[in-house]
Each structure stands twice: as C-alpha cells, then as structure tokens.
Design a protein. Structure first.
Length: 236
C-alpha cells in the first residue's frame, strides 16, 4: 500500500488525526530530502563546470603568454612590454667575472648563467614615451609631472636549475656606480611561474634607465626566466 492509499484509508476508517499528521510529516520530509539531493547535485555540477572553465583559461594563458589587462591599471601609460615578441630590446653587461647570456623568444627573457660569480646586468634600451609616443634609448625626464614620478614593474618569473637573486633597478643616467634611484630585490627559488610587482617613486627631473640584475646564483648552468614584463608610469 502506498503512503497516499494509507492516508485515504486512515481518513475513511476514522483513525486519529495524529496518525494522519505523522504520515503527512514523513511524506513532506521525503519530498524535501529529494529536493536537497537534487540541489546538491546541481551545485557539484556547477563547481565542476567552473573548474573546467578556469583550467581552460589557465591553459590558454600559458600557451599565448599574456595576461588579461587589469582594470586597476587603466590610469597608467605602458612604457615597455615584452608581449609576444622576439625583439632584443636590451643591452647585456657582465660585471665582476659573471658569465651570463640573454635570449628572448616569444616574449620570454631567459638569463642563462655559466658560472655563479658576479652580476649579469640587463639594461632596457627601448622606451615608448611622449605624446605622440616615440621609441627612446632611455626614459626621459618629465618636469611636467607634479610631485614624484610613479613607476610600476610587473612580470612573472621562475628559476630553472638553481636559485637566483633578481633586482629591478631604476638608474639615473649620470648616477655613479652603485647609486640607484630605486631598487626592488627578490630571491627566486621556485621552478613555477610566480608573479612579481614593484612600485617606485622617483624624481621626474632626471633621465633614467630600467635595469634587471641577476646575481647570487646558487648553481652554474642554471637560468632565470621572465615573461609578461611591463614597465608603466602613472598618468599625472
């Protein structure tokens, strides 16, 4: 006998209202449990679909080598971006017996070190600046800026085969050896891409350069790789 048939029998035979109420309670509980199970199943399906979409986007980002623009940076002017390019926009200088090489492929900078001594310096020599924007060999002074010049450097970076210390440096054009306008230091130990972002406030009254230093290398034959490199300035 189904629960519905039982309720009809109870009502016609004069069985007390308590029994009928209990039967209605269990009928409602069974219906509610089924609805909850369906809701849980729908939730798990939605989570699985969201994970699949996220994984697909991450795979796409790894393949094309770029990041979607950040709305928070819409008030900036991009001075340099490595983008998806093989352009060699840098000057390499090995200091204190360092043996380093730089290659650029599909927007990825790879600094390879044959030894652990000294510092390999990577000087940026292509700056898109001005109105209209022109390519320049350095970042020119801009005395129309009110207050300090606000610069941002961002990238993704990883070490391969050993640890490296990376310095992002803003260097005045005529500054003496060892004197920097601003510096950001980072020890790179991971073999997976990790994001780095640095903010600098410097004087707008000096011509300057952006430089990357690779030093304190733990193992010869190792390298450090950089992608999505961006140098930007906040609009005044």
């Amino acid at each position: 006998m189904s629960l519905t048939d039982f309720l009809q029998f109870a009502a016609s035979s004069g069985v007390g209202g308590v029994v009928v109420a209990l039967a209605n309670h269990f009928l409602t509980k069974r219906k509610t449990s089924a609805e909850i199970d369906k809701l849980n199943a729908d939730t798990e399906l939605t989570k699985a679909q969201a994970r699949q979409i996220t994984n697909s986007l991450n795979d796409l980002s790894d393949k094309v080598g770029y990041k979607l623009p950040d709305v928070a940076h819409s008030t900036e002017t991009t001075i340099y971006t490595s983008a998806d390019s093989d352009r060699f926009d840098f000057r390499l200088l090995n200091v204190d017996n360092a043996e380093g090489e730089l290659t650029v492929r599909s927007g990825v900078l790879s600094i390879s070190r044959a030894n652990t001594a000294g510092t390999t310096q990577i000087w940026l020599e292509k700056y898109k600046y001005g109105e209209p924007a022109e390519l320049r060999k350095l970042l020119p002074k801009n005395e129309n800026i009110s207050g300090t010049r606000k610069l941002r450097v961002s990238c993704e970076i990883k070490a391969v085969g050993g640890e490296h210390t990376i310095l992002f440096i803003i260097k005045g054009e005529k500054a003496p050896l060892g004197e920097h306008m601003a510096t950001k230091r980072e020890r790179i130990t991971q073999g997976e891409w990790m994001p780095i972002e640095a903010y600098f406030q410097v004087s707008p009254g000096q011509n300057c350069f952006f430089r990357i230093d690779d030093r304190s290398v733990s193992k010869p034959g190792s390298s450090v790789q950089i992608r999505n490199l961006v140098l930007a300035e906040k609009k005044s």
